[in-house]
Design a protein around this ligand. Sequence first.
Ligand SMILES: *[C@@H]1O[C@H](CO)[C@@H](O)[C@H](O)[C@H]1NC(C)=O
Ligand SMILES: *[C@@H]1O[C@H](CO)[C@@H](O)[C@H](O)[C@H]1NC(C)=O
Ligand SMILES: *[C@@H]1O[C@H](CO)[C@@H](O)[C@H](O)[C@H]1NC(C)=O
Length: 563
Amino acid sequence: MRPLTTVSLHVSLCLTLVLLAGHRDRAAAVTLSTSSRWIVDESGHRVKLACVNWPSHLEPVVTEGLGRQPVGAISARLAALGFNCVRLTYPTALATNATLSSLTVRQSLLAHGLTESVGGVQVNNPGILDLTLMESLKAVVASLAESGVMVVLDNHVSRPAWCCGDDDGNAFFGDRNFDPEVWVDGLGNMATVFADVPNVVGMSLRNELRGPRQNSQDWYTYMQRGAEAVHAANPRALVIMGGLGYDYDLSFLGSRQVGVTFLAENKLVFEVHWYSFSDARAWETQNANEVCGRAAREFARRGGFLLDRGLPLFLSEFGADFRGGDLKDNRFFPCAASVAADLDLDWALWALQGSYALRQGVAGMDEVYGVLDWSWSKTRNETVLPRIQALQRPLRGPGYAEALPYTVLFHPATGLCAVRPTASATTLELGPCNETDAWAWAPPASKLVLRDAAGLPCLRAEGRGQPARLSATGAACGDALSTWRLVSDSGMHLAVDTAAAPTAPMDGGNGMLCLDVGADGRSVVTNPCACLRGDGACDPERQWFKLVTSTRSVARKPAMLAS
Ligand SMILES: *[C@@H]1O[C@H](CO)[C@@H](O)[C@H](O)[C@H]1NC(C)=O
Ligand SMILES: *[C@@H]1O[C@H](CO)[C@@H](O)[C@H](O)[C@H]1NC(C)=O
Ligand SMILES: *[C@@H]1O[C@H](CO)[C@@H](O)[C@H](O)[C@H]1NC(C)=O
C-alpha cells in the first residue's frame, strides 16, 4: 500500500452479522500445499484464500485496532463477514531487534506519545497491554485461531513504518534499512516463533520490492535464500514470493523458474498487487471499458500468466475507497473483481482496519479502504461488502468439480448474479451467485441457454428497458435477438444485434441492446449499450456482466413449462 491522502469520515451503520456457513469450518488448523495452480489441504481439497490485510508493521508495532475493540470481537467479526484468512503484517525488526520485540505494548505506545491508545488497549484488551510486542502478535494470531481464521504472516517493511516509497530505505535488498542478511535472519526467526502455531499457514517473504536498486538477478538470489530460511524453520508453511515494482511485476518468472531445494514439497506461491491508483488518470479520464480491458491484459502479463503455467498466484492486496465516491475506484473495483472471479483467484483485500493508532505522523488516522469504520465497531459500508463477499466462495478447483463447466452471469458492480428468482420465472433478477443456474454460452457469439432446464430455454432481448426474457425453445432461440456477443474491450457488455432482427425493437440508435439492470436495481433488462468505447465521461459498470466459469453444483430447479 502506497501513501495516500485520506479524508476522515465516520460512518454509522449497523452491522448484521451474517454467518456464512461452511466457509470457515476447515480453516483453522490446516497444512496447505499447492497442486498446480491451486492451494489445497491435506486431502487435496481446494482451500481458497479469501483474506483481509491487518497491519502490525507501523511505528508502534502494535496490531491496529487493539485500542478500539477486543481482539476476539475483531476476529469473530471478520470471520462472520466471510473472510477465512488474514494477511498479518510485521516489520523485520520485530524478529531481529530484541530491544524492540521485548518492549511491552504499553511501553511502545507511550514511546510514540499514544497515551489515548494505551487507555483504549486498557479498556478493550487489558490482557494484552503488558505483553511484549511479540507476545501481543501471538495473542492476535491465537484469537484468529479461535475464530477459525488462517494467517499469512507478511514481512511488510524492515523498520516499523508506513509502507512504501522508492526512497524509504526499505525498497530493495541493499538499501539503507534492508540488509539481506538481517532480513533472512528475521524470516527464519519469525518462522521459528510461529512454527508450532497451526493456523499460521503461510509466510510472505517481503511486501512490495521496488526502487532504483531493484533487479531480477538479486531477486532470485535473495528470495531463494529467504524461502530456504522459512522452509527450514517451518516446513508446513506456504512460502509466498512477491514481485518487483511494488509487487506489480512477476513477468520475469516467464523466462526463469525459482530454484529452491524444497520444490517437490509444493509450498511455493506467488503474490501480486493491484490498485486503481497505479493507472489513476486512465481510470478517471478514459473509457472504462478500454481501461479495464487493458488493465486485465496487463494483469495477465505481469502475473496472471503464472496460473496457466500451473503456478499459484495470490492477489494479496487490492481494494477500493469504501465510501463509494472515488471515480477511479468505482470503475476499477468491478473490473478487478471480474478478473478475480474469472480466474477464481486467491486474494487478500486491503484492508480490515478502520483507522490507525499512528500513521505517517497522524494519530487516529482514518482508513477509507477499511472494511470497518473508524471506531472498528461497525462495517464502513454495507452496500459495498457484497462486492467483496461475492469473491469468497470457490467456483472450481480440486474438490469442486461437481458439475460440468458452466457459465455464471456475474454482475461485479453489485457482487450479484443474474438468476431466475423462481423455478417458473421467465425473467431474471440480480440474486445470490450461489443460487445461479447453469448457463451455456460459446464465444464469440451464441444463444444463452439454461443448460439443465427442460427444452433448453434461451434468453432473448425484447426491447429497450424491457426485461430480457427466457423464451421457449425452437425457432426463436438463436435468432438475432437471442444471439449474444461481447461487444466492448472490457469483455463485459453482452449485446444482441437489433439491426439484424426482423422486427427491430427500439435500441437507442446504435443497433444493439445490452444486458443491464433495471431502474428498480434488481430486474435484468436490456438497454442501449452505454459508452462502449471512446467516451471517458460515462460509467458503464451497471452493464458489466462477466461470463465466469464454474463447476460447483447448482441447486436444480424444476423444469419450466414450454409455452
Ligand atoms: C532496535 O529497536 C529500538 C527500539 O525501537 C531502537 O531504538 C533501535 O534503534 C533499534 N535498533 C536497530 C539496530 O535498528
Ligand atoms: C456506500 O457505498 C455506496 C455505493 O458506492 C455509496 O453510494 C454510499 O454513499 C456509501 N455509503 C457510505 C455510508 O459511505
Ligand atoms: C446462498 O447464500 C446466501 C447468503 O449469501 C444464503 O442465505 C443462501 O441460503 C445460500 N443459498 C444456497 C442455495 O446455498
